[in-house]
Design a protein around this ligand. Structure first.
Ligand code: CTP
Length: 392
């Protein structure tokens, strides 16, 4: 694998030499990009000797080579070790004021950072917040070790063992285990028209669906997204936008049955207006009381799972069960949906006005016919667990 090792300016920079050696000795190709401050602690000559490649530091030398883009594209993995507090902050903000910053911003390769700094700096709320943001964005932040720091103090903040860093970094490179799979994600929340300006909707943000799309893409799948009222674009997914449940049904129908995995976090309106009004309802004509007559929408996932199983028995269908109860009641409702809707997996969670919707993290239970697994974390973590569960 082609690994770009970024080195930032901390005393632990000398340990980058050992990290590079670990990588090259296990057969990886390495290019080192130290920041100018890193060169105060480790020499470019050592890095060149260890990587067998020339070392670039300056954004403005060899400009004709467009070095930052060349290196950003070359890297299959970027490992920054040690990463200073300042590097973490710059990365969070997208600051690209040196070669390494430009590469990190321009690259789509997985990013792993191994911070090393004094305990107080690591535990500072600013650093902690930056670490949370990076992790939420999918960056692997390797926790610093506890031990002797520069000077006389001891505590958390030490760069972990180089072999451990290398092993953690390599495990970050996601296996393309969905490479031959075709995945349909149905996300967002449908809206049913009351009149041309009003609708019945729900609180779904579509964030879980987007996390599922991004996880599937990262694992090499061919992804189709049907998005109900979600603003999302990815050049790597085919996206069909819909508004109502009827439109969603038509869109899904048109896509056919050639999917290996169907995952449906969408909050689909169970009812629609029997007779939506073609012009805006006026208080002057409705009077003080307005009654709307609603009729039930079809159960999209039940119909789809029936249809898909006739042609592709090995396809897996994942539904969601967002309920306002917890504990055994939640489990019973979710298991009921698993059976009634013909699902392979149901993702159950408790929701309330402050829980579940529009949050970046969540806690869910993955339930199949013979097991239950509690998963908590960002919606990306939950997406990963869902694909792990169905792709076993
Ligand atoms: N679903 C669907 N079609 C519907 C309603 C829901 O395909 N008309 C799907 C959702 O996308 C979700 C699963 O079914 O994956 C469970 O949705 P949920 O709203 O929890 O269940 P309902 O069947 O609507 O049951 P209830 O509202 O009574 O809890």
């Amino acid at each position: 694998m082609r690994v770009l090792v970024g080195i930032t300016g901390g005393v632990a920079a000398y340990k980058a030499a050992e990290i590079i050696r670990e990588l090259t000795e296990s057969g990886h190709e390495v290019r080192a990009v130290p920041t100018l401050n890193a060169l105060r602690f480790i020499g470019a000559a050592s890095l060149e000797a260890l990587t067998h490649n020339s070392v670039h530091v300056d954004l403005y030398s060899d400009v004709e080579e467009v070095r930052h883009i060349e290196l950003a594209k070359w890297a299959e993995l970027i490992l920054v070790a040690p990463a200073t507090a300042s590097f973490l902050a710059r990365t969070v903000s997208g600051v690209a004021d040196d070669l390494l910053g430009n590469i990190v911003l321009a690259s789509t390769a997985p990013l792993v950072v191994a911070p090393a700094m004094h305990t107080e700096m690591w535990q500072n709320p600013a650093t902690m917040a930056n670490v949370v943001t990076l992790r939420d964005r999918g960056v692997l932040v390797i926790d610093p070790a506890v031990g002797r720091l520069t000077g006389t103090d001891t505590g958390v903040g030490r760069l972990p063992d180089p072999a451990y860093i290398v092993q953690s970094a390599l495990s970050k490179v996601v296996a393309k285990d969905l490479a031959n799979k075709s995945v349909l994600v149905v996300a967002g929340g449908t809206r049913e028209s009351i009149d041309p300006v009003r609708y019945i909707g729900n609180r779904s943000s579509g964030k879980q669906g987007i996390a599922l799309v991004e996880e599937a893409i990262a694992r090499g799948a061919k992804v189709q997204l049907v998005a109900a009222n979600v603003a999302y674009y990815s050049p790597e997914a085919v996206i069909t936008n819909v508004v109502t449940t009827a439109e969603l049904e038509v869109a899904i129908d048109a896509l056919g049955t050639a999917f290996d995995y169907i995952v449906m976090p969408a909050a689909i309106s169970d009812f629609r207006l029997e007779n939506p009004n073609s012009s805006k309802l006026k208080k002057s004509t409705t009077g003080a009381r307005l009654e709307l007559s609603l009729i039930q929408n079809p159960d999209v996932i039940s119909n789809l799972s029936k249809k898909i199983r006739e042609v592709n028995p090995s396809a897996k269908v994942v539904g969601f069960a967002a309920e306002t109860v917890g504990g055994d009641e939640l489990l019973d409702l979710a298991k009921g949906k698993l059976i009634r809707k013909g699902l392979d997996l149901v993702v159950a969670n408790q929701v309330s006005e402050s829980l579940g919707f529009d949050n970046d993290s969540n806690q869910v239970i993955l339930i199949d016919s013979n097991s239950q697994q509690l998963v908590s974390g960002s919606k990306r973590v939950i997406a990963k667990a869902i694909f792990d569960a169905i792709n076993r």
